[in-house]
Structure formats: structure tokens, C-alpha cells
Write a protein that binds this ligand. Structure first.
Ligand code: ASP
Length: 317
């Protein structure tokens, strides 16, 4: 019998002050179901001999379609009442990357990011231009109502009269004010051909203004993949992650300092980001297919599975 080559995938659905005491049983199981379903959608691609690129696109699309997560359908409200979304995908084999920022009315921004990578000469398209590209690529646009959820609306109403913005996952309105709930979804994978890939998608921050863009669509900050080292997808307060060039820093620590994935992620999440008050976390997979999920916040929605290990799904520390 031919032994199947190793493959693995890890996903996240955001990090932040996610505490068991704030969670109902029903909500907790809805999150766990959502994570399981998304993880298995990507895992199945890998199991059937698909690429890590397709696996991370599939898993993130699945999370974008789930209203519980702040990406695609469940995206938060910007100050102008729209849902302005960011997404990125990167192929560790070729270093090809595609990203979109501030796109509106697109159900699956990650699919658009993939087409930026495959069908344009560019890496990052933003705003109306990215929407025009989507039209050219035959995308259909969803009505604003598609993205509506009462919870996100209520969160936005709390902040609307102010200049404040907040990173929020989905916790009660009174907790948004501390700005410590994060959204965003992401996936990293290692396929049977030995290639890694990463993808990240987000609605960003509630009540964000001025076309604010976070770390998620910025290659090297919230998303990075390189077969030499690892694939990384981040979640958390975007600005410190941008300043830390967080995802690429993990790769650099591995490439230039010879650290393992786990050591490099610990260094970035627990030392570098902490110094910049960067609350959040990241998931990673290395060039042997080993995964890690590390965060400095109270919780991170996360799940992983490889061909030689059991499924792991967790929320709290
Ligand atoms: N990092 C994302 C941003 O700053 C938000 C998040 O991860 O929840 O846009």
C-alpha cells in the first residue's frame, strides 16, 4: 500500500477577550460547529489531493459564509454604514499573492483576492477599483441586507456617535466599549506536495473611518506564506501587527535565526507584539506540516487537524 503523504490545516475565527462566562451554551456550540465545518471543508480538499491554496480558500470562504464570524457575511459596520472588507491569500510555493481592501457587497472577498493573484498583474486592489475588477471577473454583488446582523448593528450603534472604533468579535454590546474583541478569519495549510499557503479575511473594525485598512490584506503583516519557512494568518488589533510586520517576522526568525515555528511565533506574539500593545494571535504551519496556534489574548477561536493527528478545536486559553 502506498503511504499517503502528510497534510495539515489550521484555521482561526478571531482572537480577543473571549471568556467562557460571557458565552451561552448555544452560542458556544454554534461557534464550535462553525469551526469544525470550516476546518473539514479545507481538510477534505487536502485529503482529496488538492492544493494548500485551494484548501485555505475553501476554509476561509466557509467562515465568510457564517454570520457568526467578522468576515464576508458577518462583517462589522463601518462608520458610513457599509461593510468594507479586506482579504489576502498567498502561495508559499511561488510567493504569488493577491489581496483586496475596502471592498463592499462581495460575499467572498477571499475569492476576489485569489483572482487578483491569478488574473491580474497586481497584488493588492482597493475600494471601488477592486469592485470594478470584481465586475470584470463576473462576480455578482450582494445587497447590503445580506451582510446585516442585529448584533453587528447594535455594536455599531454603540459607537456611531463617537470617533471610537472597536475590534469586536461578537460579544454583548456593553463589552464592545473596551475594544478587546477581535474578529477576522484565516487558514493555513500544508498539502501532499509539500507546499504551504495562507489566507485571511475580515470586516475589520466596527465604526472604522477614512478607509482604514488593517493588517489582514497586507502581505507580511497579517498574511504570509513561504515554502522555505511557514504560512501564517493573524488576528488581533491590526495596527500593532502592521508595525511589527508580524507574519513575515515569524518567517524571518525561522529563516535567519533558525527558530522552529513554535519558537518564532512565541517570540512575535508574546514578546514583540506585547511591547507594541498588540493583542491577538496567529496560526501557522511550517514546511514539515506541523501547525501552531498562539495568542496573547484571553481566547482565540481556532481549530487544526493533520493527516497524522486528531482534530483540535478550542476557544479559550
Ligand atoms: N486584524 C484585523 C484588523 O485589524 C481585525 C481582527 O483580527 O479582528 O482589521
Amino acid at each position: 500500500m502506498i503511504k499517503m503523504k502528510k497534510f495539515s490545516i489550521a484555521i482561526h475565527g478571531g482572537a480577543g477577550t473571549i471568556l467562557k462566562k460571557d458565552m451561552t451554551k448555544e452560542l458556544e456550540s454554534a461557534y464550535l460547529d462553525g469551526l469544525r465545518e470550516a476546518l473539514l471543508s479545507g481538510y477534505t480538499v487536502l485529503e482529496n489531493g488538492g492544493t494548500s491554496l485551494l484548501a485555505v480558500e475553501t476554509a476561509v470562504s466557509n467562515l465568510e459564509n457564517n454570520i457568526l464570524f467578522n468576515a464576508g457575511r458577518g462583517s462589522v459596520f463601518s462608520h458610513n454604514g457599509l461593510h468594507e472588507m479586506d482579504a489576502a491569500i498567498m502561495n508559499g510555493k511561488t510567493l504569488d499573492a493577491g489581496a483586496v481592501a475596502g471592498v463592499t457587497n462581495i460575499a467572498n472577498p477571499i475569492k476576489l483576492a485569489m483572482l487578483v493573484m491569478q488574473n491580474s498583474e497586481h497584488v493588492l486592489l482597493s475600494g471601488q477599483g477592486a469592485n470594478d475588477f470584481a465586475t470584470e471577473q463576473g462576480f455578482s454583488f450582494e445587497q447590503n441586507e445580506y451582510f446585516f446582523s442585529q448584533l453587528r448593528y447594535d455594536q455599531w450603534q454603540v459607537l456611531l456617535g463617537s470617533d471610537n472604533y472597536a475590534l469586536d468579535h461578537s460579544n454583548p454590546v456593553n463589552e464592545i466599549k473596551d475594544g478587546k474583541k477581535f474578529g477576522t478569519v484565516g487558514a493555513v495549510a500544508y498539502d501532499q506536495f509539500g507546499n504551504v499557503a495562507a489566507s485571511t479575511s475580515t470586516g475589520g473594525m466596527t465604526n472604522k473611518k477614512y478607509g482604514r485598512i488593517g493588517d489582514s490584506p497586507l502581505i507580511g503583516c497579517g498574511t504570509y506564506a513561504n515554502n522555505k519557512t511557514c504560512a501564517i494568518s493573524c488576528t488581533g488589533h491590526g495596527e500593532p501587527f502592521i508595525k511589527a510586520v508580524a507574519a513575515y517576522d515569524v518567517s524571518c526568525l525561522m529563516e535567519y535565526k533558525g527558530m522552529s515555528l513554535q519558537q518564532a511565533m512565541n517570540e512575535v506574539v508574546h514578546v514583540k507584539l506585547v511591547k507594541l500593545q498588540g493583542e491577538g494571535g496567529m496560526i501557522g504551519v511550517d514546511s514539515h506540516g506541523d501547525t501552531a496556534m498562539i495568542f496573547n489574548s484571553a481566547g482565540m477561536y481556532r481549530a487544526s487537524k493533520s493527516s497524522d493527528s486528531k482534530m483540535e478545536i478550542a476557544v479559550y486559553k
